[in-house]
Design a protein around this ligand. Structure first.
Ligand code: NAD
Ligand code: GLY
Length: 359
């Protein structure tokens, strides 16, 4: 097992990464003030892992209840959030009860938002079970639900007390979901870690074959990057925005097609190609850089072209992005491979041209 720390003063917390961690009550026990928990999961993940997690909680002396949500991005809504509040109230949970999110990014984002709101804030633990949630969404405290007009528009910054990433859970993940998770892994290489990018180019086939050592290293190096960025800029006043490479375009794909049609990681991959193309139009990336980026996404089995929504529709949807400032679109682009910038330099004609070339 490897342990990283997210350094946020009194709200610092560990990320444990390794094999067999669901069966480690010793890792859970120190994080419960009150010996009671609500585990939030979904109808796919619960049959696979809920019993084991609840057995570990029991062994740690924690009584637990469960709330099982419907599965899917299209359920990341107010209605589903209310099911969590119903369960919390139904089980007489108090402010000191802990909410444990067991699942992918959808369960984690909704569980975290519920924890931030319930009685104005209850302790929260992330047990991520997808590659995407282990490398990104479980770390850093962004929690949210979607709005039909924009992705993750309603939410809160709310840090967990612990992230427990059991690599073994990735064994049951569908191939398409594994590939989607790789999009966020590749992101770290592109925005700030050229050595990791080169490592991914050497090991992408091994990761797709689920080599456990490679997966553990990819999760660890991704989380190390994320923990550094979050510690430096928890509430995204600067550097943290760089973690959104490809996301402004990608969120437009997700909202434009209807949530769940494309997976988040798939939309991020195609959106990152649009950002790379725009970076080339600005003279920052070379043809070889863009080809290198495209080749890695292709080898990871990810889409490198977006759906034909029309450039105007893309831009209309992108205007709901959280990085829009005083009505102006700001985008994360690449100065070079391994270095990202947040910029308002690209005009609308260039943005439209990049979208046109990548659809
Ligand atoms: P997801 O939560 O929908 O999980 C993907 C699918 O895999 C679901 O059907 C789920 O039930 C299933 N699943 C989960 N674990 C499994 C396992 N071990 N075995 C078999 N099936 C399993 O999707 P995701 O990719 O994990 O997360 C995407 C969400 O995360 C999006 O809503 C996105 O906006 C959000 N996100 C948030 C942040 C953040 O910082 N908070 C960062 C990135 C993404
Ligand atoms: N996933 C982007 C962030 O956490 O800031």
């Amino acid at each position: 097992m490897q342990t990283l720390q997210v350094a946020l003063a009194e709200r610092s917390y560990p990320i444990h990464i390794g094999s067999g961690l669901l069966d480690r009550p010793d890792l859970l026990a120190p994080h419960f003030a009150q010996k009671k928990a609500l585990v939030v999961s979904n109808e796919t993940v619960a049959p696979l892992y809920l019993a084991r997690l609840q057995a570990s909680l029991a062994a740690a002396g924690v009584e637990s209840f469960a709330a099982i949500l419907p599965d899917g991005e299209r359920y990341k809504t107010w209605e589903t959030l209310n099911l969590i509040f119903d369960a919390l109230l139904g089980a007489h949970c108090e402010r000191g009860t802990t909410l444990v999110a067991l699942g992918g990014g959808v369960v984690g984002d909704m569980g975290g938002f519920a924890a931030a709101c319930y009685q104005r804030g209850m302790p929260f633990i992330q047990v991520p079970t997808t590659l995407l949630s282990q490398v990104d969404s479980s770390v850093g405290g962004k929690t949210a639900i979607n709005h039909p007009l924009g992705k993750n528009m309603i939410g809160a910054f709310y840090q967990p007390r612990l992230v427990l990433a059991d690599i073994d859970t990735l064994a049951t993940l569908p191939d398409r979901e594994l590939r989607a998770g790789l999009a966020e892994v590749i992101k770290y290489g592109l925005i700030r870690d050229a050595a990791f990018l080169a490592w991914l180019e050497q090991n992408i086939e091994g990761l797709l074959a689920r080599d456990p050592d490679l997966l553990a290293e990819a999760v660890q190096r991704s989380c190390a990057n994320k923990a550094e960025v979050v510690a430096a800029d928890e509430r995204e006043t600067g550097e943290r925005a760089l973690l959104n490479l490809g996301h402004t375009f990608g969120h437009a794909i997700e909202a434009g097609l209807g949530y769940g049609e494309w997976l988040h990681g798939e939309a991020v991959a195609a959106g990152t190609m649009m950002a790379a193309e725009l970076s080339r139009l600005l003279g920052w990336l070379t043809d070889a850089d863009v080809e290198r980026t495209e080749s890695l996404f292709r080898r990871a089995g990810l889409p490198v072209r977006g759906p034909q929504l029309g450039e105007a529709r893309y831009i209309e949807l992108m205007r709901h992005d959280k990085k829009v400032a005083e009505g102006r679109l700001r985008l994360v682009l690449l100065r070079r491979l391994g270095e990202a910038v947040l910029t308002a330099d690209a005009d609308e004609a260039a943005i439209a041209e990049a979208i046109r070339r990548c659809c």
